[in-house]
Design a protein around this ligand. Structure first.
Ligand code: ARG
Length: 231
């Protein structure tokens, strides 16, 4: 089974996309760091193997997992029924929602209703992308899809976008490092993050769930999150 295979290989391969602080970002040493890396390190420790992190585009993660390029996806990935058709999700380890980032001096959007007709930046293939690309949520939007949150933030600063829609902690991370940007709340977009494993890989899902529960009980996930929010 998959757990035996990981132990034989001596490594757990985590697939992620590093453009999503504080869950994953390139640290000062050039390596991928973040809440998800800390969680997967604990999973690797539990299995007695080392952790290898593979960084790729967010919208390619599920195909890479299904294609056997890694053992799990840890990428602040929101549990969603469509994704659950191709992967198995672990228990959830974080609550999230979408927020709107705007220019502080000249905000083109003051509420979710104002997104209609605007030019909006998102990260390709994310729940923020799905939300604003659905005309039932946002009418007549021009949606620009970026590979990473930082690139979208740059275009917002340069006036090429009216707003960026992205997960809460990443939105807050962007605003914390850009004085000229601000956050506008977006109601009713509650989401939960989980780790994805290949379909039917129940042995590994059980290990992941056990570690998530331990980390949660010990207050470790909150601790990892505080550390990387402050980084
Ligand atoms: N939570 C959102 C989603 O599941 C965004 C995740 C983006 N993660 C990343 N590592 N780039 O679609």
């Amino acid at each position: 089974d998959a757990v035996a295979k990981i132990k034989d290989a001596g490594k757990l391969v985590m697939l992620t996309n590093s453009q999503f602080a504080p869950y994953e970002y390139i640290g000062a040493d050039g390596a991928v760091s973040g809440v998800d890396v800390d969680i997967c390190q604990a999973i690797a420790d539990e299995l007695g193997v080392k952790l290898e992190v593979v960084d790729m585009d967010f919208d390619g993660l599920i195909a890479a997992l299904s294609g056997g390029k890694g053992d799990l996806v840890a990428a602040g990935m929101t549990v969603d029924p469509e994704r659950a058709e191709s992967v198995d999700f672990s228990d959830t380890y974080a609550d999230a929602k979408q927020l709107i980032v705007v220019n502080k001096e000249d905000p083109k959007v003051a509420s979710a209703d104002d997104l209609a007709g605007k030019t909006i930046g998102v990260q390709l293939g994310t729940t923020g992308d799905m939300y604003v690309s659905n005309p039932e949520n946002v009418a007549d939007a021009t949606v620009k899809q970026y590979k990473g949150a930082p690139e979208a933030a740059l275009d917002l600063k340069n006036g090429k976008l009216d707003a960026v829609v992205i997960d809460k902690l990443t939105a807050e991370n962007i605003v914390a490092s850009n004085d000229d940007l601000a956050i506008v709340d977006m109601p009713s977009t509650d989401e939960q993050y989980a780790i994805a494993v290949a379909k039917g890989n129940t042995g590994l899902t059980e290990v992941v769930n056990k570690v998530i529960k331990q980390l949660q009980d010990d207050g470790k996930i909150a601790e990892f999150t505080e550390t990387h929010v402050a980084a």
